[in-house]
Design a protein. Structure first.
Length: 295
């Protein structure tokens, strides 16, 4: 976990000090969102080693927990904080979507063991499937369902998921040279998104009210999803390793993907970058509490 923290904050610091032009940030966001992350999704499906039954349970748990948390935030908790319209939507997303990729895998290795990593990868696949089907439809400004459905079919995540599933179903073998190229492209995703997060933080004026709002979202992110995921995990599986992974992954910091989506929508991302920073700093402490309570 310490190594993951060093990597995350190291690249964010580089991005913070290297930030110069807004156009560069937008181009970097589009590169990650439309090319590198879809390659990462495809590679994850191609190389997954989880059984179909376990994958189905994990996907169902992820969707049930995420959707329940999102609607609780949108229609109950968020309104108690006085969030309205776009602020409500983006804060709900920030308190829902977790960094289940690099950071999540590092935590699972530390807390559960190497044998649990395939289940953690399955959670990452569930996250990507959720983003493909719902994430892109939620971030747009469309009011009609037809516009949201169009947005779903226009996003690259969906086609990366479909391509990965098709490849798995056909049982094809990836040529070594192509696999090496795709792995290298996928490995560039994390450092580039962290650089972008650091660059976006440089625009933040760090007003006291903004920090307080980011702190509220951060606490919600680290507490509410775990409280919902915990009983659902015990209902869906008796495997203690699966349970641990399914619960811990919802205690991860806010996903970097959300920053990319916000950047693609030409929104001010400084508040989201602050939530990502705070949840990353605070999550090791909240995760330790969760780890100590797991059977």
């Amino acid at each position: 976990m310490l190594q993951a923290m060093v990597v995350v904050f190291g690249f964010m610091a580089l991005g913070y000090f290297a930030q110069r032009k807004e156009e560069q940030n937008r181009s970097l966001a589009k590169l990650c969102l439309y090319y590198l992350i879809p390659i990462l999704i495809f590679q994850s499906f191609v190389h997954t080693g989880v059984s179909v039954q376990s994958l189905a349970i994990i996907v169902l748990h992820f969707f049930a927990t995420t959707i329940l948390v999102y609607f609780l935030l949108m229609y109950m908790v968020g309104r108690l904080f006085g969030w309205q319209q776009d602020t409500l939507k983006w804060n709900a997303l920030a308190a829902t979507l977790a960094n289940v990729g690099y950071f999540g895998l590092a935590v699972i290795r530390y807390a559960v063991g190497e044998h649990a990593v395939p289940y953690a990868v399955a959670v990452s696949l569930a996250f990507n499937l959720y983003m493909a089907l719902f994430g892109f439809s939620q971030v747009g400004d469309e009011r009609e369902w037809s516009g949201r459905i169009r947005r779903v079919f226009q996003n690259p995540y969906l086609y990366a998921v479909l391509a990965g599933l098709s490849w798995q179903w056909m049982g094809w073998t990836m040529p070594g040279t192509v696999d090496a190229f795709l792995n290298l492209a996928a490995s560039a995703t994390l450092p580039l998104t962290l650089l972008l997060t650091g660059a976006e933080m440089r625009k933040n004026k760090y007003a006291r009210t903004g920090l307080w709002e980011a702190a509220k979202v951060s606490v919600l992110k680290l507490v509410l999803p775990v409280l919902i995921a915990w009983p659902l995990a015990f209902l869906m599986t008796e495997d203690p390793v699966e349970r641990s992974v399914m619960i811990l992954m919802f205690g991860m910091p806010t996903s970097l993907n959300l920053l990319l989506l916000a950047k693609d929508q030409e929104r001010d991302t400084s508040a989201l970058a602050m939530v990502i920073l705070l949840t990353t700093v605070l999550s090791p402490f909240s995760l330790m509490v969760v780890m100590n309570q797991l059977p």
